[in-house]
Ligand binder design. Structure first.
Ligand SMILES: Cc1ncc(COP(=O)(O)O)c(C=O)c1O
Length: 345
């Protein structure tokens, strides 16, 4: 255990009055239907364990995507789902492949489960080149849109990958997919080696409830259930199941808030460009941008002095000049842009 290097989550500051744009949470609260479902759950039944299989939630998620409940796996946030995916499906003699710039939890799971991996470089535009994954492997995983870049990959490219890679599991981590990226869920019934993971934390405004899920062939799901039942029988508590069901059923609120975030992202991207930033195309609820003259770490510090927190990654060096900025409300964007204007003067 001494050799493990754990994942470091974005800061959850205890200070009030911060403009918090560092962990890609939704600036809009959950639907009022979710709040009502949670209130109804605060009852005597809390003395009883929840359903260990979360059957109602699996049915609700399956209905949302036109899939059977046995094609759905749920867990305590998609991080827990991913942890089970690494252990159940991605540990083989050949190395697991993922991009050199990606979600920094992947190498941590590899360390935890002793999985060999190989990093596949993004191209010079920070895009995933699927042809680079055409080599013997024990599995492939990447987020779409990628994190922390936000750059989306077209569905035709994912299908190309699935056509050339039929012998190992391909995992597409769609934590941010609902902010304008095309989902691979529609390929699940065609490619039995495709697993898609999603979360309630981002577009469904429920990071605090901790619910994530995986969609795929029933045999892949069964493998995940075996790991889960060897680890924790009740990862989804009564609140989490009730809240997540209400959230997935309130499609109108979900698409309205996602649309607002997408509109704010477009406006913020333009503002940042006029301030001298190069902005990568984003299909997520965050923007990855670097200033043409100023250092990423320095800008992050100076924003913090003005009570605005964003995320900066020192490594890999190629992304050190970049800032990862969560898309908040229009008012938060204005505060950020005003502060940057002063800092850059
Ligand atoms: C790419 C990616 N995948 C998965 C997750 C995990 O999200 P959660 O555990 O909240 O579902 C995150 C969290 O930020 C992420 O950035």
């Amino acid at each position: 255990m001494r050799r493990l290097t754990p994942y470091v989550p974005g800061e959850q500051p205890k200070l009030a009055n911060l403009v918090k744009l560092n962990t890609n949470e939704n600036p809009y609260g959950p639907s009022s239907k979710v709040i009502r479902a949670l209130q109804a759950e605060a009852a005597d039944s809390l003395r009883l364990y929840p359903d260990p299989n979360s059957d109602k939630l699996k049915v609700a998620i399956g209905e949302n995507y036109g899939l059977q409940a046995n094609q759905v796996f749920v867990g305590n946030g998609s991080d827990e789902v991913l942890a089970h995916v690494f252990q159940a499906l991605l540990k083989h003699d050949r190395p697991l492949l993922f991009p050199d710039i990606t979600y920094s939890f992947y190498p941590v799971y590899c360390g935890l489960y002793d999985i060999e991996f190989e990093l596949i470089p993004l191209n010079s535009s920070f895009e995933i080149e699927v042809s680079a994954y055409d080599k013997p492997n024990g599995g492939i995983i990447f987020p779409n849109p990628n994190a922390p870049t936000g750059v989306p990959l077209a569905l035709v490219e994912i299908e190309k990958l699935l056509k050339i890679n039929t012998e190992s599991v391909v995992v597409i981590d769609e934590a941010y997919v609902d902010f304008g990226t095309e989902s691979a869920v529609k390929l699940v019934n065609t490619y039995p080696n495709l697993l898609v993971t999603q979360t309630f934390s981002k577009a469904r405004s429920l990071a605090g409830l901790r619910v994530g899920y995986a969609l795929g062939h029933k045999d892949l799901i069964e493998a995940l259930i075996r790991v889960k039942d060897s680890f924790n029988s009740y990862p989804i508590d009564r609140f989490a199941e009730a809240g997540a069901i209400a959230a997935i059923q309130d499609k109108a609120y979900f698409s309205e808030t996602a649309k607002r975030v997408i509109a704010t992202r477009a406006a913020l991207g333009l503002e940042l460009q006029t301030l001298g930033f190069e902005v990568l195309p984003s299909g997520a609820n965050f923007i990855f941008a670097k200033h043409k003259m100023r250092d990423g770490a320095e800008l992050t510090e100076k924003l913090r002095d003005k009570n605005i927190i964003i995320r900066h990654f020192k490594k890999p060096v190629r992304i050190a000049p970049y800032l990862r900025i969560t898309v908040g409300t229009d008012a938060q964007s204005k505060q950020l842009v005003d502060a940057l204007r002063v800092i850059l003067k």
